[in-house]
Design a protein around this ligand. Structure first.
Ligand SMILES: *Cc1c(COP(=O)(O)O)cnc(C)c1O
Length: 374
């Protein structure tokens, strides 16, 4: 029987290339997968929310790079954060750093508190303060090292130990350093999260998140949440993240080298009161950075301008090679007046500028600050 036009339009566009061998993985946009006559599915791909080739590639890759057994990809860093927090139960308590990616605090206040999760914020550089903040129902200690935006460091080994002594999990948000510079699981952390929007993607053109861990039981919980909530990345987004991973090491090595040089320049400038960068000897936890980090100190820094909020903001707008925008980790340099982005609850100093250093030539970047500050 010859199919009619409408039927032909469908059948003639079917994928029939089962024997091609592309070097770069194709983007498998299909939302669903054909079942074999015996009831099985090739490679167990059934439905794209549950799993698909592009997602599987980056999950396996990120697990390996973070030295973990399991990785799960999400549609954004925040959906990865949410998945971890949804694995807790009503009544549980979480300890957050005082300096933290602001949206996580907002998620607690607006969504998780009404569901019965509570939190406290402590200065995690102070282990005694952290120990004092642990309650009988503390289920999780959340770590950002370096923290956003003040680049405070936490001792992952010590915090994990303290967490485990109190039957809590230690979660590390490793977005700012990437596994090139820091592997939290090696220091005893239970779970690592990433906003892959940042360095993994690396080109400011895709959103994504990832959760990495070793424990089989927690992994199966996270997997259920991933598949049932459905905050999964699209195949094209996974493809972009996978492509970013291929150049991650090259990009962040250059970015970190540039950041270090810029930090040293800014530290000497009279208009700059303080530079927060763990690579500098003046950073209060420089030695911890040396012990906990490899291959460099990362490409994020923040500075306190010797002046008012308005002066700090104005300087950011005078820069030519640093775009005034939120986010970080792309190949292009960005600058942000963080407090005005975070809003009225912000604990960030109002003369702070957050800087994400890109891969441009360092002499241009320094000259740009020279003209903006003078
Ligand atoms: C950006 C960011 C997040 C949130 O990730 P999204 O991809 O924007 O949802 C979480 N933690 C840190 C440290 C971040 O920088």
């Amino acid at each position: 029987m010859k199919p009619k036009f409408e039927t032909l339009a469908i059948k003639s566009t079917e994928n029939t290339f089962s024997d091609v061998n592309p070097v770069s993985i194709p983007i498998y946009l299909s939302s669903t997968y054909k079942r074999n006559a015996n009831g099985t599915y090739n490679n167990d791909f059934v439905y794209s929310r549950n799993d698909n080739p592009n997602r599987q590639v980056i999950e396996k890759s990120i697990a390996k790079l973070e030295n973990g057994r399991y990785a799960f990809a999400f549609s954004s860093g925040m959906s990865a954060v949410s998945a971890i927090l949804q694995s807790l139960k009503t009544g549980d308590h979480v300890i957050l750093p005082d300096d933290i990616y602001f949206t996580i605090k907002k998620l607690f206040n607006e969504v998780l508190k009404p569901w019965g999760l509570s939190y406290s914020q402590v200065d995690m550089t102070d282990l005694q303060a952290l120990e004092n903040a642990i309650k009988p129902n503390t289920a999780m200690i959340w770590v950002e090292t370096p923290s956003n935006p003040q680049l405070k460091l936490s001792d992952i080994k010590a915090v994990s130990k303290l967490a485990h002594k109190n039957n809590a999990l230690c979660v590390v948000d490793n977005t700012w350093l990437t596994p090139v510079f820091q592997n939290p699981l090696n220091f005893g952390a239970d779970i690592v999260i990433h906003s892959t929007t940042k360095y993994f993607g690396g080109h400011s053109d895709v959103l994504g998140g990832a959760v990495v861990l070793d424990d089989e039981k927690i992994a199966s919980k996270i997997k259920s949440i991933q598949q049932l909530n459905g905050a999964v990345p699209a195949p094209f987004d996974c493809w972009l993240i996978g492509r970013g991973i291929q150049t991650l090491h090259l990009r962040v090595s250059k970015q970190s080298e540039n950041a270090f040089k810029l930090a040293k320049y800014l530290e000497k400038h009279p208009k700059v009161k303080q530079v927060n960068y763990p690579g500098l000897k003046s950073h209060p936890q420089h030695n911890l950075a040396i012990n906990q980090q490899d291959n460099g100190f990362g490409a994020m820094l923040s500075i306190l301008i010797d002046g008012t909020k308005e002066e700090a903001f104005k300087i950011s707008t005078k820069l030519a090679y640093f775009t005034t925008a939120t986010s970080l980790g792309g190949v292009e340099s960005l600058v942000e007046h963080r407090q005005s982005v975070e809003g009225p609850d912000s604990l960030t100093p109002n003369n702070l500028l957050r800087i994400s250093v890109g891969i441009e030539h360092i002499e241009d970047l320094i000259a740009d600050w020279e003209q903006a500050l003078n």
